[in-house]
Design a protein around this ligand. Structure first.
Ligand code: PLP
Length: 425
């Protein structure tokens, strides 16, 4: 295929005419398709239904920490800590169980630092300036948390092997106002990158100017391999930080949101003993215990990490054809035109698409007019501002395969039309 920018104005105009006819045909179908949010499909959710039957009125509710039906056990039952520790690559004694979503946990972590400070340091609310580093493109809900607390967010380019570490070191090691960085180290949202060993080691060896600087290591996709026989592996940041003499520098977050049920899973934080003590001081005033019945349900259903892996292999069977269909259609329709690039993730929930500069918003709007809802352009950047207006997040998990293929085809027509307009400007 000839790159669009090598075409004459006449060639582009005639192509536009053909594509507009195709687009109008799609519009006439009154479609309602959605490639916006990274939700599991109903057939994925069905996989976890048997978990709802593992506890019933005849079950034994006793655990190492007593009866899960009653109050108590602030940091969660031992069996759940072992299960989540296995998933998050951390010893059970370094784990605190939290509620049904890791976002609450991340929000609470920022909130506690803001109102009460980290391990005796000045609460962030008393400082003139607090900054967070944000590898981009990234997860909009991370950015929403820090924006809500008025924390200044700084874009850090995300490369194939992780964030630009020269820039990370420059900020963290020199600016005391930099208190954190959002990271999704395995199958990042949205581009699917996995951090290399070198990047993890450079993180562990940071020399932060701020004593209360923490790495927010969101392990949301740690068992979400599309090709379970060839999983990406990321070095354990907790033990690397310990080796580097920075044992308290990282909070690892995880949940079973996209393992069992989003919003009804279990979540956990893995961190140093000192951080755990610091966190418990707040938790003690917040609640008596999280939902231990749900913790036990997960433990009995999965038994151990192997149980989780077997379950996730079933998810992969359902997700893989969807990801492969999107890649196939993008390749068939756009390869060689030089109007877009996209990632081919080996896991996680998203594909990241980069259009020509200045085109993302117009593509998303054009998709919408043809009945295809995409994540809002800009959402993958702090403050919703993509400086190049080029990144679009594609979420292939939720629609049926048939709907997804149609949505991807319409998306490609929109990319072509908007790119032609750009080149004709
Ligand atoms: N972290 C990342 C990187 C995500 O992509 C998502 C969901 O899309 C979450 C966290 C949400 O997790 P939870 O449902 O446990 O709050």
């Amino acid at each position: 295929m000839k790159p669009y920018r090598e075409m004459s104005k006449e060639e582009l105009a005639s192509l536009k005419e053909q594509l507009t006819a195709v687009y109008k045909e799609y519009q006439g179908k009154n479609l309602s398709l959605n490639m916006a949010r990274g939700k599991p499909s109903p057939d994925q959710l069905d996989l976890s239904l048997p978990m709802l039957d593992v506890l019933n009125s005849k079950s034994d509710f006793m655990t190492a920490d007593g009866d899960v039906r009653n109050y108590g056990v602030l940091t969660g039952i031992q069996e759940a800590k072992e299960l989540m520790g296995g998933m998050m690559d951390a010893p059970a004694e370094n784990v605190i169980m939290y509620g049904s979503a890791s976002l609450t946990l991340m929000y609470d972590t920022v909130s506690r630092s803001y109102t009460h400070g980290v391990m005796g340091n000045t609460p962030w609310c008393r400082l003139d300036k607090v900054k967070f580093l944000c590898p981009v493109p990234g997860y909009d809900r991370h950015f929403a948390i820090t924006q809500f607390f008025g924390i200044e967010m700084i874009n850090i380019p995300l490369h194939e092997d992780g964030p630009d570490m020269d820039l990370v070191e420059q900020y963290v090691n020199n600016d005391e106002a930099v208190k954190g960085i959002w990271c999704v180290p395995l199958y990042s949202n949205p581009s699917g990158q996995c951090y290399s060993d070198e990047v993890v080691k450079r993180f562990a060896n940071l020399k932060p100017a701020a004593k209360d600087f923490r790495i927010y290591w969101d392990n949301a996709y740690c068992v979400h391999h599309l090709y379970p026989d060839h999983p990406c592996h990321v070095l354990d940041i907790l033990s690397e930080c310990e080796k580097a003499g920075n044992p308290d520098m990282v909070y690892k977050f995880g949940s079973t949101a996209k393992v069992t049920f989003p919003g009804a899973g279990i979540s956990a934080i893995a961190t140093s003993k000192a951080n755990i003590e610091d966190i418990k001081k707040q938790m003690n005033n917040q609640l008596i215990s999280h939902d231990k019945i749900n913790q036990l349900r997960h433990v009995r259903f999965f038994k151990n990490l192997d149980g989780i892996k077997a379950h996730m292999a079933k998810h992969a069977e359902l997700l893989r054809p969807r990801f492969e269909a999107v890649d196939e259609i993008l390749n068939r329709e756009l390869a060689g035109l030089e109007i877009g690039q996209w990632t081919k993730p080996q896991g996680g929930y998203f594909v990241s698409f980069d259009a020509l500069d200045g085109c993302a918003k117009a593509i998303v709007a054009k998709c919408k007019e043809a009945g295809v809802v995409m994540t809002g352009a800009g959402a993958t950047f702090p403050y919703g501002k993509d400086p190049h207006d080029s990144n679009i997040r594609i979420a292939p998990s939720f629609p049926s395969l048939e709907d997804l293929k149609l949505a991807a085809e319409i998306f490609c027509v929109c990319v072509k039309l908007v790119s032609i307009d750009k080149l004709l400007e």
